[in-house]
Ligand binder design. Structure first.
Ligand SMILES: Cc1cc2nc3c(=O)[nH]c(=O)nc-3n(C[C@H](O)[C@H](O)[C@H](O)COP(=O)(O)O)c2cc1C
Length: 243
């Protein structure tokens, strides 16, 4: 396969970074690569906040559940879904803008994620390591206040960037036959069972925090309680009213 495909398949999240700084020009190139992603109706419904203030980074690390690498990685970015810019631009032309539609929340969130993943691939192609930080949604209002986010903008996730000081193993993915189905949706519990065996071996053998579990059991904390139940009210308050 070609180098791009090999790069994509060798991704692993990095949670330990060296002190080496990322040159400003490199960071700008990564963001421009992010902007190259496809975007729904060319709306470009995202804003990236480069958090340079160290006290804010430490506070975000705490707000995200004590994830220290947010404070120690070379650069920390917060990817925000931004419906403020496009709706205001449209309004300035005299359009009668309708806000708060569920579709707008989806468009802005998808645009933001596509842009971020382009940044990630560009970063990894430059030898950088990354870790997405969904943990900022543990306390999204406090993070929004720190970043002075206006209405119609919400923080989707953070991203730690830096030169890796760790070489974790690549984490296995589901069998492609479970993910890619032909013509119709088919049951895949047998493939999940096989994947649980793969993941159990991976978790037992990996060098960082090995444990005795598998994929299905590892999902328990995601689904055995109401995950981040504050998100609905938070989004409504920010103007993503899900109408
Ligand atoms: C949107 C998103 C949010 C994530 N949030 C966190 C996080 O808060 N903390 C963390 O350590 N890893 C986080 N991760 C990393 C995932 O745990 C990781 O991608 C997954 O376990 C697969 O491992 P890999 O990236 O090494 O292949 C996040 C990943 C994504 C895509």
């Amino acid at each position: 396969m070609n180098d791009v495909i090999e790069l994509l398949k060798s991704h692993r999240s990095i949670r330990k970074f060296s002190d080496r700084p990322i040159p400003r020009e490199t960071l700008l190139e990564l963001i421009k690569a992010g902007q190259g992603a496809a975007t729904s109706s060319h709306v470009q419904a995202y804003t990236v906040i480069h958090v340079k203030n160290q006290a804010n980074r430490e506070q975000i690390a705490e707000l995200a559940g004590g994830q220290g690498y947010i404070a120690t990685c070379a650069d920390f970015l917060v990817f925000c879904a931004d419906m403020k810019r496009p709706t205001e631009a449209s309004e300035r032309t005299g359009a009668n803008v309708v806000r708060g539609m569920t579709e707008q929340l989806l468009v802005a969130t998808v645009d933001t994620a596509l842009m971020a993943q382009n940044v990630v691939v560009a970063a990894e192609s430059e030898g950088l390591g990354i870790c997405y930080i969904g943990g900022i949604r543990n306390n999204p209002q406090a993070v929004s206040d720190l970043l002075r986010l206006p209405a119609h903008v919400y923080p989707v996730f953070g991203l730690c960037l830096g030169y890796p000081e760790d070489e974790p193993e690549v984490k296995p993915r589901l069998p492609v036959e479970a993910v890619l189905k032909e013509d119709y949706y088919t049951e895949d519990s047998e493939q999940v069972k096989a994947f649980d065996t793969t993941m159990q071996a991976y978790y037992q053998a990996r060098s960082n925090s090995n444990k005795d579990t598998d994929w299905s059991h590892n999902l328990t904390p995601l689904f055995d309680n109401k995950l981040r139940p504050h998100m609905r009210d938070f989004l409504i308050k920010r103007g993503f009213e899900m109408k």
